[in-house]
Design a protein around this ligand. Structure first.
Ligand SMILES: O=C(O)/C=C/c1cccc(O)c1O
Ligand code: FE2
Length: 314
């Protein structure tokens, strides 16, 4: 049994914004390094922890966690549309294992996933159906949020299952974060039209999707120009959290609260829950070494942009 990890920020603006060439080269270099790490490891199974941005999960039924037995990319921001290669039997075993360890997870026999889950698979594998992948939704945008301790325990429970798979080389992916505050609507401040989207905005028309995406693209341009009203990135917060992940002792995340996280690092900083779950899963399989760490605050992408790779030691 071996387990390896890639955690990475995602940004739907990757194909829509134009940062300085040097920044773009640095990000592409980080992706190349992560890709080489994955190619060398050659995983037989991927467990992808990802949030959703009101493309697959809505307030008509919003679980904190969900394991997909089948999954489809929705194709937002030009990402791949269509089925992932989900090993349904393994996904069912995983859900049972986690339930037996007192963690309540929803399951979906038809999970719809957006750029949060799809982008890392495209970057690392060149597609969403190249390697058997179990998608695990971790709510990172829709209040209320479970405690960070709970997320860590979910990761540990999943890591325990992965460690039991003698015949697999498992890669866990955590997608999202770090500090960022993109204009994803929130229930408390949304108008009626936005609330309709948050409640049940599945399968929007092309025009509705374009309008929604254009708003984010325009905000990114304004943010880079220094004229947006969204919360700024917080490199100190981001790098301190990455140091916790690298240390192997995740207990400091238990003290993090949603209120303070939003205050310090923006309303989408909750996406780091996917990193917590991924590192906790890796740590449950044994001590690990971080083999690569990249960080840049990139306003054009509305993202404190981090990439880390790690694997069980020895
Ligand atoms: O869902 C959207 O429209 C935008 C999401 C977004 C924007 C910027 C950075 C991110 O990590 C996002 O998920
Ligand atoms: Fe996101």
């Amino acid at each position: 049994m071996t387990v390896a990890l890639v955690t990475m920020s995602h940004s739907p603006l990757l194909g829509y914004a134009d940062p300085p060439a040097e920044v773009n080269a640095a990000v592409q270099g980080a992706f190349s390094t992560a890709r080489a790490f994955v190619e060398e490891y050659d995983p037989t199974l991927v467990v992808s922890f990802a949030p959703d941005h009101y493309n697959g999960f809505f307030y008509d039924l919003m679980p904190p966690f969900c394991i997909g037995y089948e999954a489809l990319g929705v194709g937002d921001y030009g990402t791949a549309e269509g089925p992932l290669d989900v090993p349904a039997g393994r996904a069912g075993e995983l859900a049972q294992w986690v339930a037996e360890r007192d963690i309540d997870v929803a399951v979906s026999r038809r999970m719809e996933v957006d750029h949060g889950a799809v982008q890392p698979l495209e970057i690392l594998f060149g597609g969403i159906d190249r390697v058997p992948t179990i998608p695990v939704f971790v709510n990172g945008v829709a209040r209320p949020f479970v405690t960070m301790r709970r997320v860590r325990r979910l990761g540990e429970a999943i890591g325990g299952y992965l460690a039991s798979l003698e015949d697999e080389r498992v890669l866990v992916i955590g997608s999202g974060g770090l500090s960022h505050d993109p204009p994803v609507p929130q229930w408390a401040t949304a108008d009626d039209a936005a609330r309709a989207l948050l409640l049940n905005g599945r399968h929007p028309t092309a025009a509705a999707r374009d309008a929604r995406q254009q708003r984010v693209i325009d905000t990114a341009k304004a943010f880079a120009a220094g004229t947006a009203t969204i919360r700024d990135l917080n490199p100190a917060w981001d790098t301190a959290l990455m140091a916790v992940f690298a240390s192997g002792d995740l207990s400091p995340v238990d003290a993090m609260t949603p209120e303070q996280m939003a205050e310090d690092a923006g309303n989408s900083a909750h996406e780091v829950r996917t990193w917590v779950a991924a590192f906790a899963a890796l740590g449950a399989a044994g001590p690990y070494d971080v083999t690569y760490s990249f960080y840049r605050p990139i306003r054009e992408y509305i993202a404190g942009f981090g990439v880390m790779t790690a694997r069980t030691a020895g």
